[in-house]
Ligand binder design. Structure first.
Ligand code: PLP
Length: 405
């Protein structure tokens, strides 16, 4: 009889957003007349921009003629897109990343989940608490997290770095040195962002101790403050200790189109001198058959002058929602943060309610669906996440409902 991978059997509960979806579905079934406003999941709602639509159509048309038809994409990505990325996302910021250090993929979720595969099974990982659940769950799948401690609600072998109001939701350098450090800035779920000097400290720490940083910059486009780096490679020495993961989902609205990329610099080497670049290329080429040509042309269009203007307008549009939520909740007396460099607003639950108590309260009293902070880790207990990705109308109505609580 076949046996299952025991690591998978250790996974805790269901994925956070599936739990919320089930809870909301059951509430809606019991209350069919209640109209809900969903500010829970970090999914975009605005349509694709004209430049992207045009590029998608043009790429589909190319597929109609034998001369321009495309089959399998190069597994590491088309040169035209890798060049556009290197030029706009890196050279444009004074950072030298060459196109062949960029691995195009179908998004940041897969990359942030898969990248751990190339590291030793006994690697020690460090994550922020609260954390984007993918980082920990994929390391559970890899058998790297030890035994779950029910009292702490944490995995025994994982170094959790609390991100609380006291440290402005930014992690402190851990005393016990991890092999792999996951950093997400701007952060999901807290909406905080690491300033340049803080990120430089992480890079120095990783280089000093021989750790690798997996830097998730999926929300890079939302940065509005000058001293927040858009790429970890803006920090000195990052190319020898950091992998960066990016996405087209939240800037260009590609959550359903699917496109992202990961940077593995050639200078990043393991202690025996093996370049991670060649290992990741080997893994990527073996398990992945390349992001579709059509999507990659759409990604290229994002970097045109018009594409960039449209992305900026899209991001500003969502950030106006963030501003409305922040201002409205502050006016009502909520303790709120985030929403300045990220499309997430992190609020303290009132009257010492737990995150799930507030979830139920908000659903019942205001018909608003948000995300309980404790779902992202124990330090998220007593907090709640709202997203700025709703429609303007729903955002305004949600703020009114909050004010009427
Ligand atoms: N990384 C973070 C921190 C995210 O919040 C998300 C999505 O919500 C992703 C990655 C996934 O991005 P993608 O749509 O590119 O898979």
């Amino acid at each position: 009889m076949f046996k299952l991978n025991e690591n998978y059997l250790k996974l805790r509960g269901s994925y956070l957003f599936s739990t919320i979806a089930k809870k909301v579905a059951s509430y809606s079934a019991d209350n069919p007349d209640k109209e809900l406003i969903r500010l829970g999941i970090g999914d975009v709602t605005r349509p694709l921009t004209p430049t992207v639509i045009h590029a998608l159509h043009a790429a589909v048309d190319e597929m109609a003629a034998a001369e321009t038809f495309r089959g399998y994409a190069p597994d590491l990505g088309y040169e035209f897109l890798r060049k556009a990325i290197a030029e706009h996302d890196f050279a444009g910021r004074g950072v030298s990343i060459s196109p062949d250090e960029i691995f195009v993929s179908d998004g940041a979720k897969c990359d942030s989940g898969n990248i751990q595969e190339i590291f030793s099974a006994d690697s020690k990982i460090a994550v922020c608490d609260p954390v984007y659940p993918v980082y920990v769950d994929t390391n559970v799948m890899a058998g790297r997290t030890g035994v779950f401690d029910e009292t702490k609600e944490q995995w025994g072998d994982v170094i959790y770095m609390p991100c609380t109001a006291e440290n402005n939701f930014t992690p402190a350098l851990p005393e016990e040195v991890p092999d792999i450090i996951y950093l997400c800035s701007p952060n999901n779920p807290t909406g905080s962002a690491l300033k340049k000097d803080a990120l430089q400290q992480w890079v120095d720490y990783a280089n000093k101790h021989g750790s690798v940083i997996i830097f998730d910059a999926a929300y890079e486009a939302y940065i509005s403050e000058d001293d927040v780096p858009h790429s970890i490679y803006e920090c000195t020495g990052a190319e020898s200790c950091a992998i960066e993961i990016r996405s087209f989902s939240k800037n260009a609205g590609f959550t359903g189109v699917r496109l992202g990329y990961t940077v593995v610099p050639k200078a990043l080497k393991a202690s025996d001198g093996t370049a991670l670049h060649s290992l990741w290329a080997r893994r990527h080429g073996t398990k992945y058959n390349g992001a579709p040509y059509i999507q990659q042309r759409a990604g290229e269009a994002v970097y045109t002058k018009e594409g960039q203007e449209e992305v900026r307008a899209l991001v500003s549009w969502y950030m106006e929602n963030a501003r409305l939520i922040l201002d409205g909740l502050k006016e009502k007396g909520f303790e709120v943060s985030g929403g300045v460099n990220a499309p997430y607003i992190w609020l303290k639950t009132p009257n010492n309610m737990t995150s799930w108590e507030f979830f139920d309260y908000l659903l019942e009293k205001a018909g608003i669906v948000g995300t309980p902070g404790s779902g992202f880790g124990p330090s998220g207990e007593g907090y709640f996440r709202l997203t700025a990705f709703g429609s303007r109308e729903n955002t305004v109505r949600a703020v009114e409902r909050f004010k009427a609580l």
